[in-house]
Design a protein around this ligand. Structure first.
Ligand code: COA
Length: 314
């Protein structure tokens, strides 16, 4: 997996989400000055219009991806400077939407939980501010770093289904906001964005590592697909799963929950016979456990994917 010529493992180890966004939007990593300007631009674009907060409140009982799609659509409809379909207009809109989608997701989470939205802060990174807006307290640097890594890993994946949908919309000379809305609509499908949530549900249903192998065998024999496995492109280890495997293990250990990781390992073991078919764990396999350990509810997993994929779509 390569973003603009950089191997994903290099970016995962060395680049922040903001640097990755710059790389994807501009085609090269930023200099120190360019990064400073870019980060500042993102930080001051975080707030969403009060009308959008009201709209989220009105539709908060809907599926989180329907809320996200509606809120992004309203955000671009209210932004009169975003409607022209040119690169000059699209770039600043892309920066604003990258910043605002994180705020929309956190706002929807707060309103659904019956809590007041937490306004964004300007002094935190994109990842740290996202956790701050979700939970109302400043996250530890370690947790912010994990979300930063997760966003980098989700940032781009060439012409996957949602990006393809965005390209179809953009190819008709629709504006970038419309293209992003098409992408969000497509990400909602359980075969694309929904797998992390399904994996975490499976882990919780299995409950005990010793039950994992029998559970998976039953699912396969019933002709069901095992969520978090298989990929249209990778017929080998998904490089993003490799990165998240260690994070899930270490975070679980630190938080006194080794059980979820053990269950995931047992599921992997049960799926080993399917490797010759090219069925390996994908990015979603470990992401769900990481999100759950950080306190992000399952219903927000697909919106989290959208927060990460924004620069790729843009
Ligand atoms: N569990 C069990 N069997 C699977 C499987 C899974 N997750 N994914 C694929 N297979 C099987 C297929 O049924 C097919 O079997 P067959 O040869 O007997 O017909 C074989 O493995 C090859 O499938 P393949 O062509 O490689 O998959 P695909 O390209 O049609 O589908 C996905 C790719 C992602 C849609 C599919 O793997 C899937 O639905 N995975 C679960 C959902 C998921 O995790 N999505 C997130 C993707 S990042």
């Amino acid at each position: 997996l390569v973003y603009r010529g950089y191997n994903i493992h290099d970016l995962a180890q060395n680049a922040s989400f903001e640097e990755t966004c710059y790389l994807l939007l501009h085609g090269a990593l930023p200099t120190r000055d360019q990064l400073e300007w870019f980060e500042r631009d993102l930080r001051f674009a975080r707030a969403i219009p009060p009308t959008v907060i009201d709209i989220i409140d009105h539709v908060k009982a809907a599926h989180p991806m329907d809320i996200l799609r509606t809120a992004v659509s309203a955000t671009v409809a209210l932004d009169e400077s975003s409607h022209e379909a040119t690169g000059e207009v699209a770039l600043p809109v892309a920066r604003r939407l990258i910043a605002q989608v994180a705020t929309i997701v956190a706002t929807m989470h707060r309103l659904r939980a019956g809590l007041d939205p937490v306004p964004p802060r300007h002094d935190l990174t994109h990842a740290a501010n996202f956790l701050y807006m979700m939970f109302g307290t400043e996250p530890s640097p370690e947790h912010a770093k994990i979300i930063d890594l997760d966003l980098v890993l989700h940032a781009e994946h060439s012409s996957n289904a949602s990006t393809f949908a965005a390209r179809v919309a953009a190819g008709t000379a629709a504006d970038i906001g419309s293209a992003i809305v098409a992408a969000i609509a497509t990400l909602k499908g359980p075969l694309h964005g929904g797998a992390a949530e399904a994996v975490q549900k499976t882990v919780e249903e299995i409950g005990d590592p010793e039950r994992a192998v029998a559970y998976i065998k039953e699912r396969i024999e019933a002709g069901e697909k095992v969520m978090g496995f298989g990929h249209r492109v990778y017929k080998t280890d998904d490089p993003r799963a490799k990165e998240l495997r260690g994070v899930a293990r270490d975070l679980g250990h630190k938080m006194g929950n080794d059980r979820w990781f053990q269950i995931l390992q047992e599921i992997e073991r049960a799926m080993e016979p399917y490797r010759p078919k090219g069925i390996y764990p994908n990015v979603d396999f470990y992401a769900g456990a990481v999100y759950s350990l950080l306190g992000i509810p399952e219903e927000q997993f697909i919106p989290m994917f959208a927060v990460g994929r924004m620069p790729g779509w843009a």
